[in-house]
Design a protein around this ligand. Structure first.
Ligand code: PQP
Length: 426
């Protein structure tokens, strides 16, 4: 029996579903069992009480609903992510096991790869997204933040409030990152729908994924068209991938797939990183007051928001061999779910983890992952977060909720649909 088996196959998509049917839900002996569905609406709406139960259950536990191993503690999540030979990515970093079923799209050359394939792709992207290269877009990113925030303050003055999601956290990443990649302006909103689909597809084939996937065909076509060299502004991040192909670092047919990684990963992540940070600050006025008094806290404040409300909540790995973790044997070929966001509030790692404290300097948080797959875009992500928070701190005396924020539930992302804010301006 499998209550996760959908009645109808989702069009053009099979992640999660068939794998869940094939797996047995029998708990392995000696492993704590957690009867949770980390992809249910209730869990995704407020994951934190369940995170605590999971951390307390043990260093590693079993989730019968999906027949997977999982960890919610910092030490084990970090250990898993840092042992890429045992816990591989090439079988997919979602629930679907690529060794048992075909990925719903050609697999990513960086996210869903192991060394040595991963190493080549990674070194190209790491150079393009390095502190050195990103420094060259800083002035442009800063100017765009200023322009947008000036407009926003005007809007807040005339209308009394803003929606920090529709007016800010979606607008800014959708402008600066695709500009840096060298993508045309027309049709960019597609990236939000595509991101929503991609991050849902790391979970099971539940309602969230089926609904996101209904729109997938036209999206996929648009994305693949815009990965072509002639669609990308010369000198942008996208074109730089083709230059790496010219230099023989990757092949010419790998280039569009690496551009696809930019388009998959570069918007919905920072949209929610920024949205979550603004929510944290609105909910903790005393913390906003400290940022307001010292805008140089923008960067550490963004970092603490990543720890406290991690935009990317989970990732899977798959064991390549029988693994042993904190005394528990995980057989080869098992899916292992890492709860990044739960590790980020593990009291074994963080003093007073439930406290949002912008001066904490939470180094070692798992919001960007860890190890060889640790976020290659983190320099860009931090830049965007810092510029928005610093720009707000300069203009806004205080922020407060003007209504109840609403969530956009996603199998992987902690995402907001709306965030009504009142801005008291100078
Ligand atoms: C969190 C790569 C990275 C980035 C891809 C891909 C998709 C998503 C992400 C997740 N990602 N930050 O398709 O290569």
């Amino acid at each position: 029996m499998n209550d996760n088996a959908p009645e109808q196959p989702a069009q053009g998509l099979t992640p999660g579903g068939s794998a869940a049917i094939a797996r047995s839900g029998n708990a392995p002996a000696g492993v704590p069992v957690m009867d949770v569905d980390p992809f249910s609406d209730a869990f995704l709406t407020d994951p934190y009480p369940d995170h605590e139960r999971m951390r307390e259950a043990g260093p590693v536990f079993w989730i019968p609903k999906y027949a997977i191993y999982a960890s919610a503690r910092h030490e084990q999540v970090r250990a898993i992510l840092n042992d890429h030979a045992t816990y591989i990515s090439s079988a997919g970093v979602g629930l679907a096991d690529f060794n048992k079923e075909t990925p719903f799209r050609p697999r990513s050359l960086i996210l869903e790869a192991d060394p040595p394939d991963h190493t080549r792709a990674r070194s190209v992207l790491a150079r393009i997204l390095s502190p050195r290269t990103v420094m060259q877009v800083r002035a442009t990113f800063a100017a765009e933040a200023e322009t947008l925030l000036d407009r926003l303050v005007e809007k807040a003055r005339s209308e009394g409030e803003i929606d920090a999601v529709k007016d800010l956290s979606e607008v800014y990443p959708l402008k600066v990152f695709p500009d840096a990649v060298g993508l045309e302006s027309e049709g960019r909103e597609m990236l939000l729908l595509y991101g929503n689909m991609i991050f849902n597809a790391f979970g099971p084939r539940n309602e969230l994924l089926v609904r996101a996937a209904e729109k997938v065909k036209p999206l996929t076509q648009w994305i693949m068209d815009h990965c072509k060299r002639e669609m990308l502004r010369p000198g942008g991040f996208g074109d730089m991938i083709y230059q790496a192909a010219d230099a023989g670092e990757i092949s010419l047919d790998e280039a569009p797939l690496l551009v696809r990684s930019f388009l998959s990963a570069g918007v919905d992540t920072t949209v929610n990183g920024i949205g979550n940070a603004l929510l944290c600050l609105a909910q903790h006025p005393e913390q906003y007051a400290r940022l307001r008094a010292d805008p140089s806290l923008a960067r550490p404040a963004f970092e603490e928001a990543l720890r406290y409300e991690s935009a990317v909540q989970t990732f899977f790995r798959t064991t390549s061999v029988d693994a042993s973790l904190s005394g528990i044997t995980i057989p080869a070929g098992s899916k292992v779910l890492t709860f990044l966001a739960a590790a980020n509030r593990d009291p074994r790692q963080w003093p007073d983890p439930e406290r949002f404290d912008i001066e904490r300097r939470p180094s070692g948080h798992m919001a960007f992952g860890s190890g060889i797959h640790g976020c290659v875009g983190q320099v860009v992500a931090r830049l965007e977060g810092e510029l928005i928070l610093a720009g707000i701190a300069k203009r806004v005396k205080s922020l407060s909720l003007a209504g109840k924020p609403t969530r956009r539930l996603n199998n992987t992302l902690r995402a907001l649909a709306s965030l009504p804010l009142k801005l008291e301006t100078a």
